[in-house]
Design a protein around this ligand. Structure first.
Ligand code: GTP
Ligand code: MG
Length: 195
């Protein structure tokens, strides 16, 4: 997809603050630091639109990016960051759940996992939740530039096993560094919109 226009339309914590349900939304879930905000930048061909950090816990709000006045990409706070208090963890998971449970125009939620690591119990829980909600089960395996292509299969197998994914084509190696798979991801999104 050609990105003609992309901007941060809204930063929200609670439901009342979300933008209108007038455009389809694609949301991205995953552990802190897995590369959700970087993924959105890569997809939008913008280096710094979504704030990223090498320290986990950067995105703490729900950030709605409006693309070509056509759809939104939605950056969610990460989960599983060990160094925050229990109270804070609970408040982040509440923010995420409130969004996932109350959004009519939410067309797809995609789980991001780091290609180098076995998904965590929390990843599995999120993935099972998304499958139960009827989403398609696409998993983006981030930071693919950190391993050689010859090792992709081995890592994809580990991810598939942990998340109990039968069709390994559902796991897409992705790199925000070298923009690997950006065009293919947009094709997948456009297919979902059309369907
Ligand atoms: P939270 O907002 O804390 O939930 O994290 P996030 O999932 O949004 O991660 P973010 O995009 O901020 O990226 C975390 C770190 O990983 C940053 O230092 C990024 O530069 C780095 N990173 C993200 N994607 C890639 C990638 O594809 N390749 C490499 N090499 N580094 C990446
Ligand atoms: Mg982020």
């Amino acid at each position: 997809m050609k990105i003609k226009k992309a901007d941060l339309e809204k930063v929200a914590v609670h439901r009342e603050q979300y933008p209108e349900e007038d455009l389809f939304e694609f949301a991205f879930a995953g552990r802190s630091n897995v590369g959700k905000s970087s993924f959105i930048n890569a997809m939008l061909n913008r280096k710094k639109l979504a704030k990223t950090s090498s320290t986990p816990g950067k995105t703490r709000t729900i950030n709605f990016y409006r693309v070509n006045d056509d759809l939104r990409l939605v950056d969610l706070p990460g989960y599983g960051y060990a160094k925050v208090s229990k109270v804070e963890k609970n408040s982040w998971s509440k923010i995420i759940n409130e969004y996932l449970e109350n959004r009519e125009n939410l067309l797809e939620v995609i789980l991001l996992v780091d290609i180098r690591h076995e998904p965590t119990a929390q990843d599995l829980q999120m993935f099972e939740y998304l499958m139960a909600k009827g989403y398609s089960g696409i998993v983006v395996a981030t930071k693919a530039d950190k391993i050689s292509k010859g090792h992709y299969e081995k890592h994809i197998n580990i991810i598939a096993k942990k998340l109990k994914i039968k069709n390994k084509d559902m796991i897409i190696p992705f790199s925000s560094e070298n923009k690997e798979m950006v065009d293919e991801m947009w094709e997948i999104f456009e297919d979902i919109v059309r369907y």
